[in-house]
Design a protein around this ligand. Structure first.
Ligand code: KIV
Length: 274
């Protein structure tokens, strides 16, 4: 009998960094996608609030609610056997107070079944991060382009481009590590800034549009599979064009139905029915 695969745990990521092993992370929002990428050996599955854009059709992640994140986390967890499941805390679920952050992160673990939460931001959210870690809820940070701040940033632009901004990002990264975050996503920042943060911290960095020197990489699954019709960020590598294949399959099916080719006329079967 095949040996059951051991589940990824939070401390494994730091061990991987120490051993120089890169961490592969992808998003998923439902059980089917989660099952597929888990069986492919992805280490960390992020139930990202990008669900609001790629699944729900919103223009930003801001309308995504805690209930929606809990709902999608439950679905993902049903499909996963090995990967570490991390769920995004949505807009306004952690910024108001540390105690609200505890209540909301608690729902993500207790009802959703995730192992950890991800929180956007640095020093302004440190109290919430520290409180969650203190009571046993693992937190992944997220710096650089933080999509929940899209309106303040004025769009989805590259961050930390000046030395001054890079210094602010270093301070945020150090504060997150000191508060007990187990890993930090670095989104859309120059690769030399990501490299310096990665070299300085003992916790792993996971890059998205942050160059090759992070300890791991994350991408939105709909982007790499070619499922999302919207614009794909320039740093994304598309490994498949499943959207085109699905559309062609749906067109073929519609044509078969219209032409009376599906269902095929019943054949008087001699063999066993399924
Ligand atoms: O919501 C999300 O998918 C994310 C990734 C882009 C890191 O936060």
């Amino acid at each position: 009998m095949a040996e059951a695969q051991r589940r990824m745990r939070v401390p494994d990521l730091k061990e991987m960094k120490k051993r120089g092993e890169r961490i592969a992370m992808l998003t998923a929002y439902d059980a089917t996608m989660a099952r597929l990428i888990d069986r492919a050996g992805i280490d960390v599955i992020l139930v990202g609030d990008s669900v609001g854009m790629v699944v729900m059709g919103y223009e930003t992640t801001l309308p995504v609610t805690l209930d929606a994140m809990v709902h999608h986390t439950k679905a993902v967890c049903r499909g996963v056997k090995r990967a570490l499941v991390v769920t995004d805390m949505p807009f306004l679920s952690f910024q108001i107070s540390a105690s609200e952050a505890v209540r909301n992160a608690g729902r993500i673990l207790q009802e959703g079944g995730a192992t950890a939460v991800k929180i956007e931001g640095g020093r302004p959210v440190i109290e919430a991060v520290s409180r969650l870690v203190d009571i046993g809820i693992p937190v992944m940070g997220h710096l650089g382009l933080t999509p929940q701040s899209v309106h303040r940033l004025g769009g989805y632009h590259r961050q930390a481009r000046t030395e001054e901004d890079a210094q602010l990002l270093f301070e945020d990264a150090r504060a997150l590590e000191a508060a007990g975050a187990f890993s930090i996503v670095l989104e859309s920042i120059p690769e030399d800034v990501a490299r310096r943060v990665t070299d300085e911290l003992s916790i792993p960095t996971i890059g998205i549009g942050a160059g090759p020197y992070c300890d791991g990489q994350v991408l939105v699954s709909y982007d790499i599979f070619g499922l999302y019709e919207g614009q794909v960020p320039p740093f994304v590598k598309q490994y498949a064009r499943l959207g085109d294949q699905m559309r062609a399959a749906a067109e073929a099916y519609a044509e078969d139905v219209r032409q009376g080719r599906f269902p095929a006329p019943a054949v008087r079967a001699t063999g066993a029915a399924r």
